[in-house]
Design a protein around this ligand. Structure first.
Ligand SMILES: [Zn+2]
Length: 209
C-alpha cells in the first residue's frame, strides 16, 4: 500500500529541501520535460555523511544511473536504490551551476544557480556554501563520446517522466534544484519545474541503516 507523505513542487529555477524517511520512495517528476533536477542528499543526524557522485560512479562502474543501482555515500554505504527510470539518461560527471559559472562563461551577473538554490533550501539545516556536496544531475543529457569527451544536450525526458528511488538510510534530507541554466541546451533553453513526491511504501522492508 502506498501513502503520499509529502508533495514538493520545485518552481522553475529554484530549489527545495525535504526529509525522506528510510524505506520511503522519492519520485522525481519532470513536469514539462527537458528539465534537469540537480540532486543532493545529506544525513541530518550525521553531517559527515552525504550522497557522493564519486563513490556512486566507483561502485556502479558506469557514468549513468539505472534501475537496481545503489547510490553511495562518501562512507561507501548504500543511500538510495533506483526503483524506476522513465528516461535512461542521467549525468554523474558535470558540476552544478553556480554564480561563478554564469559570470566567467556567460558574462552574466546575479543569475540564479543550483548552488545558491541549495544554499537557500538548506538554510533551515544551517548549511554553509562550502558544505554543499557534489551533485547528481537527474535527467541531464551528457552523452559520452568514443574519445571519452562528453556532451551537454537537450534532455530526452518528456512531460511526466519519473525517476524513483528508495531511501535506504535514516535521517536523510534531500534537496532538488530545478536547474535555472537557460544559456545552454541542458534544460532545453527553457527552465521548468520539478515535482518531488515522497511516498511511504508499506510493502517495503527497509534495511538497517
Ligand atoms: Zn544548474
Amino acid at each position: 500500500m502506498m501513502k503520499l507523505i509529502e508533495e514538493v513542487l520545485v518552481p522553475a529555477g529554484h530549489g527545495r529541501a525535504f526529509r525522506v524517511p528510510r524505506g520511503a520512495l522519492l519520485e522525481i517528476v519532470d513536469v514539462e520535460g527537458q528539465q534537469v533536477a540537480d540532486f543532493i542528499s545529506i544525513r541530518e543526524d550525521n553531517r559527515t555523511e552525504w550522497l557522493s557522485a564519486t563513490h556512486t560512479r566507483s561502485t556502479t562502474l558506469r557514468l549513468n544511473l539505472g534501475v537496481g543501482d545503489r547510490l553511495q555515500t562518501n562512507w561507501r554505504r548504500d543511500i538510495y536504490e533506483v526503483i524506476q527510470d522513465d528516461v535512461g539518461m542521467h549525468d554523474l560527471i558535470t558540476s552544478m551551476c553556480d554564480a561563478r559559472r554564469y559570470r566567467l562563461d556567460y558574462g552574466v551577473e546575479d543569475h540564479r544557480s543550483c548552488r545558491s538554490n541549495f544554499l537557500e533550501a538548506l538554510k533551515p539545516w544551517g548549511y554553509e556554501e562550502w558544505q554543499i556536496p557534489d551533485v547528481i544531475n537527474i535527467f541531464q543529457n551528457a552523452p559520452i563520446r568514443a574519445d571519452r569527451t562528453f556532451g551537454n544536450e537537450i534532455p530526452t525526458s518528456k512531460p511526466g517522466d519519473k525517476f524513483v528511488m528508495r531511501a535506504l538510510l535514516d535521517g536523510l534530507v534531500a534537496a532538488i534544484s530545478a536547474c535555472p541554466q537557460d544559456l545552454n541546451p541542458c534544460n532545453g533553453f527553457h527552465p521548468s519545474p520539478i515535482l518531488a513526491r515522497i511516498v511511504q511504501d508499506h510493502a517495503s522492508k527497509p534495511e538497517e541503516g
